[in-house]
Design a protein around this ligand. Sequence first.
Ligand code: GUN
Length: 278
Amino acid sequence: MAARIIDGKAVAAQLRAGLAARVAAAGYAPGLVVVRVGEDPASGVYVRNKDRAAKEAGFASRTIHLPEATTQAQLLAQIAALNADAAVDGILVQLPLPDHIDAQAAINAVAPEKDVDGFHPINAGRLASGQPGLVPCTPRGVMHLLAGTELRGARAVVLGRSQIVGRPMAQLLLGADCTVTIAHSRTRDLAAECSRADIVVAAVGRAEMVRADWVKPGATIIDVGINRLADGRLVGDVAFDEVAAVAGAITPVPGGVGPMTIACLLENTLDAAMARRG
Ligand code: GUN
């Protein structure tokens, strides 16, 4: 039996179309500002894609690109100005930042109600304590992809414990009544943990680590990984072909979780705008 392929590209397009309709009806263009510091090449691509998707959906989007030599004080002053700007609903500080800047200090400086990344400790704390707040975009996107999957009582294993994906992902699954295990690089037997799961979310950044014999037949496999192989191929954290022969449903890479992240950034920005503007 071949797994159902979960088409993140299609789900993201549908979500973006719905958001565009809600923006058109709102009577204002929600304001999103992406702050980029320095010249990390991958960030350049990500930031352009975010800006394009936001404009297409009717958001007032702009990018502030600061030079590599920007000091931490200058970056914090820029964030403070955006916090105080009533036209700005969402602020995203693109990571990674240059080494001389304390990324956590920058994250902590964003007003929690404009923190569309959901990285601020206030938003992380709200999520952990079951209160409404802004939720990190990638885990939020995964929850959309799991919309057709029975979550109540399901065993979910999250591979990876990052602030951006693993930890918030586990909180969202817990909030949806899954029995959640967070596994990571120090877990004694990753394969054994994984093979008990009805739902696996892989977010470790190791190419094709999850193999067919790690997967319970019929399980739902969500692959957050994006890894570039030496031959140039882009693969996830899951060995797609062999796992698809065992799983019940699986996300491809590319075209699975990736497109959902930007769509959920827009969803967070509209949520932030509606909460601030009433
Ligand atoms: N760099 C890679 N992914 C992300 C993300 O989701 N948010 C931010 N701010 N930076 C990133």
